[in-house]
Design a protein around this ligand. Structure first.
Ligand SMILES: Nc1nc2c(c(=O)[nH]1)N[C@H]1C(S)=C(S)[C@@H](COP(=O)(O)O)O[C@H]1N2
Ligand SMILES: [Mo]
Length: 359
């Protein structure tokens, strides 16, 4: 069969999109199991990786709590642990496909992955401090610092993001990923893990949790990872990005793959959202007709489902486009176009994959 797919035997590895700080993309065409192996999990760093000694590192919990406290990594590990599967996607995943081009790390389809995260439930940790009644948000602060490249603030800042108190319940303070200690790139020794949210919420190298009585106004909450929301009053509001938007991606074939005319070809991919994925359909005729794909994984909230579709390739050579579109349990259908309000983020529209059919 004619194909230009990678010869098997060459082990897949991360693709370097930026060297310093490391921004590494997962080779999405190698999507295989439900869980992304740690060495192939994308890395999104804004600043250099901080050097942390887990034996001395402490997490401080302060702000609108009755009793502020600090906790060591050892003490955290002695608490009840929970393990949750979650898909993490960078809000800039797919940015390279935007027309016209936009600034930022030029991710293709691999700034996404799924892992099993182990740690302590945030709610259990906050119970130790006792939230004040007027607690509004939980700010996670990382130990990394620097000056952001775009729209730089006046000096160095740390990486910090918040979630509303209403979102506490699914969050973990995680120390392990797929059964191994977090690696330095993924937040060693501890990170926040906010299932169902874009990756920016899952703060790595967690050093402090601060409970606020008003919405947090930090750089990565308001300048970056946020958008202008029209509210019909003529004074749009700056709103932080939060939950994952419904998306499906094709992992096989790759763009411009050569495929044998008249053959049967297995199209593969994955679909995810902040809720459950209900269906995925595939079109090979510019979106005129759609055919149901089969799932390889069960529906789990905030976890991708791999899918496949057996394509009867036309007998006539030529150029074709494959598309996939997903629906979720909240009745959303993947859109055809990028929503420009989100600028260079939330790129979740249907992306055609061009292929070449050869006899
Ligand atoms: N402290 C800190 N946490 C961070 C970041 C960062 O630069 N610093 N990047 C965020 C972004 S934008 C994403 S998409 C995820 C990526 O997590 P990963 O590198 O483990 O895949 O981490 C988030 N947490
Ligand atoms: Mo991200």
């Amino acid at each position: 069969m004619i194909t230009n797919e990678r010869p098997s035997g060459i082990p897949p590895r991360l693709i370097v999109r930026e060297d310093q700080p490391a921004n590494l993309e997962s080779p999405f065409e190698h999507l295989d199991g439900l869980l992304t192996p740690n060495h192939l999990f994308y890395v999104r760093n804004h600043f250099p990786v901080p050097q942390i000694d887990a034996r001395t590192h402490k997490l401080a919990v302060s702000g609108a709590v009755r009793s502020p406290f600090t906790i060591s990594c050892e003490e955290l590990r002695a608490m009840n642990s929970e393990t949750r599967t979650a898909t993490l996607e960078c809000a800039g995943n797919g940015r390279v496909f935007l027309v016209p081009p936009v600034a930022g790390v030029q991710w293709q389809s691999g700034a996404v992955g799924t892992a099993e995260w182990t740690g302590v439930a945030l709610s259990a940790l906050l119970d130790r401090g006792g939230l004040h009644d007027d607690a509004c948000e939980i700010v996670f602060e990382g130990a990394d610092r620097g000056v952001p490249k775009e729209d730089p603030p006046p000096g160095e800042i740390t990486y910090a993001r918040s979630i509303p108190v209403g979102k506490i319940c699914d969050v973990l303070v995680a120390y392990a990923m797929n059964g191994e200690d977090l690696s330095p790139d993924h937040g060693y020794p501890i990170r926040a893990l906010v299932p169902g949210h874009y990756g920016m919420a899952s703060v790595k190298w967690l050093s402090a949790i601060h409970v606020t009585e008003a919405p947090f106004q930090g750089y990565f909450q308001t300048t970056d990872y946020s958008y202008w929301k029209e509210n019909g009053t003529g004074s749009p509001e700056r709103v932080p990005l939060s939950e994952l938007c419904l998306k499906s991606q094709i992992s096989r074939p790759e763009i411009d793959a050569l495929i044998a005319a008249g053959s049967s070809y297995t199209v593969r991919g994955a679909a995810w959202s902040s809720c459950h994925i209900d269906s995925v359909e595939v079109s090979a005729d510019d979106g005129n007709t759609w055919h149901a794909a089969q799932f390889l994984d069960p529906a789990q909230r905030g976890v991708w489902r791999r899918w496949q579709f057996e394509w009867q390739v036309p007998a006539t050579p030529g150029v074709r486009s494959l598309r996939s579109r997903a629906r979720d349990s909240e009745g959303n259908l993947q859109p055809d176009q990028h929503d420009n309000r989100y600028g260079s983020y939330v790129i979740h529209h249907v992306l055609p994959v061009r292929v070449i059919i050869r006899s």
